[in-house]
Design a protein around this ligand. Structure first.
Ligand SMILES: Nc1ncnc2c1ncn2[C@@H]1O[C@H](COP(=O)(O)OP(=O)(O)OP(=O)(O)O)[C@@H](O)[C@H]1O
Length: 585
């Protein structure tokens, strides 16, 4: 259970909630214990009246009325304290759940890209939702029920032994069996619930994917096939749910059976002792009956709580695995960096850990601050990798990447990334308004700055064409932008950020050549004092760059200006001729 020690810091943080909660739990229990005692006294008063030991009816009546009022009062107080107990302990557990979720999420944000590749999204989601919820059951209900049960045991069981030891022994004898049975049942229920959960998430993933890929499904006429797969999955899900219901159905009958057994024992043994005169009043039998009923649920919770704690420990273990994970890319210092943007690659070789693909082999080039570099090459030649390495999304194993002469590993990571405006190949936009998506690059940007960035990215005209303009919501419940529009909104986001280094990863591929020219001309204006790297398959995007490098299978095979490369002949010239002919056709 040492995994759960991770929560100690939170228990310490919310200690007052817990201390007060435990204190209130004690009070609530003490008040609830008054009732059986008063009922015993009431029964005895009636018995004495029936036996003629009390002659005045009014004496019995007034004793009964007093007892009823006391029972009512004690029950109300106990109920009020029970309410406060939940307010304290369950509220503390909700705070702990909130803190733990935030801790896990913060860790996710810190971890490097490799972590995301090695773990499935579903797994990341499960640990932050399912596992944290299971841990909360330990931090709240498990503690609350344990304290309640502990107090009942400490107060009630010794008291029962002082009143009638043999009767007490017979009465509580079935309770450990109940506790063990409930424990076994809870373990079975939890195992089956986990399986149900797994099947449910399979079904959810399948459904979600089928909705995302609905256009592919429809265009290939796969509706019936997908439907059959859904019915199969859904059926498996139902079977697992039925398996779960079967064991769940045992829970209450088992409790009722064992309570019944205890009650029968109290009546049988208590009755016999009353007949033989070992017990001199009926009230004690009634009092014991009430205690047995009062003890049953707490005893059952011993088994239930044990299985909750086991589950919480398993969940916390999974959470700890991620919390203990160290980010591969770390920030070496917090010094401020005055990035100018001169980038140099010196004999850089880079292999992706997961695929073992060597994407760059001995790559060297330099770009001066304020210059534009274009990278051209066939698909898979390593162009995107160069951009990712500049932003230190991965560290290189051989060679050196430097900015303004400083190795990037020695620079303040946060400042390095802030000085970069990166437009990835797959433009990713959040399900939010277009304006918010652009402002993602600069949180405090004014509307004018947003419009200006959109104009430079040649997307302003498209946006104002939508009925809600910049407030148009994108994503699932909003509008779907065309590929080219997405790319341009993504470019506007990088421009508004006003970084020293602009990295464009083939982000003009989905726009027509006229718009491409417009954007390139705008970029030329705004990137006068910025270093710009443009990855492209099109000569039109590269020809005006100060330098162009050609990559093939991770190696730089040619470099120079447009004119140099045309003069030299080779891949670049062939591509230029091909694309020129296509344009003329
Ligand atoms: N995240 C990654 N994990 C593992 N391997 C990768 C990853 N990204 C790229 N690769 C591999 O590295 C090689 C270079 O890929 P890269 O994306 O840099 O090429 P590219 O020139 O940008 O290609 P394209 O023009 O198709 O975008 C490819 O063989 C690719 O399969």
């Amino acid at each position: 259970m040492k995994e759960l020690q991770h929560l100690n810091k939170y228990f310490l943080k919310y200690k007052w909630y817990l201390i007060i909660g435990i204190f209130i739990t004690i009070l609530a229990r003490v008040f609830s214990l008054v009732t059986p005692r008063l009922i015993r006294e009431s029964t005895n008063a009636i018995e004495k009246y029936v036996n003629g030991e009390i002659l005045e009816e009014s004496v019995v009546r007034s004793e009964l009325i007093t007892n009823i009022l006391l029972i009512l009062g004690a029950t109300l107080v106990a109920a009020f304290f029970t309410f406060l107990m939940r307010q304290a302990i369950i509220v503390a557990s909700r705070h702990i759940e909130y803190d733990l979720k935030n801790e896990v999420y913060r860790k996710y944000q810190d971890l490097s890209l490799n972590f995301y590749k090695n773990n499935r999204t579903g797994d990341l989601m499960n640990r932050i939702s399912e596992d944290v919820s299971k841990v909360r059951m330990y931090a709240g209900p498990a503690i609350m029920y344990s304290v309640q049960t502990g107090i009942l045991f400490i107060v009630v069981i010794p008291y029962m032994f002082t009143q009638a030891p043999e009767l007490a022994l017979y009465t509580i004898a079935p309770l450990p069996i109940l506790s063990f049975a409930i424990y076994k049942l809870s373990v079975a229920i939890n195992q089956r619930s986990t399986i149900v959960q797994q099947y449910l998430s399979k079904l959810n993933t399948f459904t979600q994917e089928s909705f995302s890929g609905i256009s592919v499904i429809k265009s290939y006429g796969l509706e019936t096939q997908i439907n059959t797969s859904f019915v199969e999955l859904s059926n498996e899900n139902k079977e697992k749910n039925i398996d779960l219901v079967k064991v769940q159905a045992f829970f209450f009958p088992l409790m009722v059976l064992l309570i019944g057994a205890s009650n029968v024992l109290v009546i049988y043994i208590g009755g016999r002792k009353f007949i033989t005169g070992e017990i001199d009043n009926l009230g004690i039998i009634v009092e014991f009956l009430l205690y047995v009923n009062m003890l049953t649920w707490p005893v059952a919770t011993v088994g239930w709580v044990t299985s909750i704690v086991q589950q919480a420990a398993a969940s916390q273990k999974r959470i700890n695995e991620f919390l203990q994970e160290e980010p591969q890319i770390t920030n070496p210092n917090n010094s401020s960096e005055d990035v100018q943007g001169a980038i140099a690659f010196k004999n850089v070789t880079f292999t992706y850990e997961d695929t073992n693909i060597t994407a760059l082999k001995d790559v060297s080039f330099e770009v001066e601050s304020g210059e534009t570099l274009a990278i051209i090459g066939k698909t898979g030649s390593g162009k995107s990798t160069i951009l990712e390495l500049i932003g230190r999304l991965y560290d290189v194993e051989k060679g050196e990447i430097s900015i303004d002469g400083k190795p990037i590993e020695s620079m303040n990571l946060e400042e390095l990334r802030k000085s970069i405006g990166y437009v990835p190949q797959d433009a990713f936009l959040f399900s939010d308004s277009i304006k918010s998506n652009i402002k993602f690059g600069k949180k405090d940007a004014t509307d004018e700055e947003v419009f200006e960035a959109a104009k430079n990215a040649a997307v302003h005209r498209n946006i104002i064409g939508f009925s809600k303009g910049y407030d148009t919501v994108l994503g699932e419940r909003g509008i779907t932008l065309s590929g080219g529009q997405k790319q341009r909104v993504s470019i506007a986001r990088a421009i508004i950020h006003d970084p020293k280094i602009l990295l464009f990863d083939d982000c003009l591929s989905a726009v027509d050549t006229e718009t491409e020219e417009e954007i390139l001309a705008n970029l030329h204006k705004i990137s006068q004092n910025k270093t710009t790297i443009i990855v492209s398959h099109r000569i039109s995007s590269a020809k005006n760059a100060d330098k162009i490098i050609i990559l093939e299978e991770g190696k730089v095979i040619q470099s120079g200006s447009h004119q140099d490369l045309i003069n030299a002949g080779g891949y670049y010239k062939e591509l230029w001729l091909k694309q020129r002919d296509e344009k003329e056709m």
